[in-house]
Design a protein around this ligand. Structure first.
Ligand SMILES: Cc1cc2nc3c(=O)[nH]c(=O)nc-3n(C[C@H](O)[C@H](O)[C@H](O)COP(=O)(O)OP(=O)(O)OC[C@H]3O[C@@H](n4cnc5c(N)ncnc54)[C@H](O)[C@@H]3O)c2cc1C
Length: 170
């Protein structure tokens, strides 16, 4: 904000306070606003309801990382921005566990993929790395998460560069 603007705003605030008028509403700024970035709100009613998906491809990237390609059972496309994640609801021995995994495909296709890296002693990651198979059904919540890039827009490309290497480096 320019110094003159700041001075004007401060004077206006003082005058409003002195004469008992209500203060002008302060605008909430996102932490990245000064860089011109916007944080998209990620929670919509649609993303708060779980949706059934099927594993349509399993790529065992390394002994400790697996990429799961998912399709919505109803054929509905996934609308998401790069950087968002899905919450997978995985049933293990009758208990439903929820874990977040970043989407690692480009927006626009009928599928989404996530790469899961084994965590020592972790229940869901070990289960998925060792046991996930094509045809398995699970549910997901989301996509969720802020997209903070002003230059990244939803795209219609269907390409999917494998993020496995990145995931296995995490
Ligand atoms: C936004 C977001 C995005 C993510 N994206 C990815 C992704 O793309 N890929 C990915 O691989 N992961 C990702 N994660 C991490 C992922 O959500 C899981 O946390 C991870 O897979 C571990 O889950 P788990 O069930 O295997 O481990 P958990 O069972 O939750 O255990 C985690 C750790 O805690 C220890 N632990 C568990 N219970 C106890 C206990 N009672 N006492 C002591 N220690 C215990 C375990 O031994 C293990 O080391 C993401 C997380 C977030 C928040």
């Amino acid at each position: 904000m320019a110094p003159f603007e700041t001075l004007r705003r401060d004077l206006r605030t003082i005058l409003h306070t002195m004469f008992g008028e209500p203060l002008p509403t302060f605008r909430r700024r996102s932490p990245l606003a000064r860089h011109g970035h916007t944080l998209s709100s990620s929670a919509t009613p649609e993303t708060l309801v779980s949706r059934p998906v099927r594993i349509v491809e399993v790529v065992r990237e390394t002994p400790d990382a697996v990429t799961l390609h998912l399709e919505d059972e109803t054929g509905r496309a996934f609308a998401f921005h790069p950087g968002q994640f899905l919450s997978l609801l995985v049933s293990i021995e009758g208990v439903e566990l929820r874990r977040a995994y970043s989407i690692c495909t480009m927006p626009g296709g009928p599928r989404v993929a996530v790469t899961v890296k084994r965590v020592a002693g972790g229940r869901v990651s070990n289960h998925l790395v060792d046991r996930a198979a094509v045809g398995d059904r699970l549910a997901v919540l989301g996509p969720r998460g802020a997209s903070a890039s002003p230059w990244i827009r939803p795209r219609t490309a269907t390409s999917s560069s494998s993020p496995a290497a990145a995931a296995s480096r995490r």
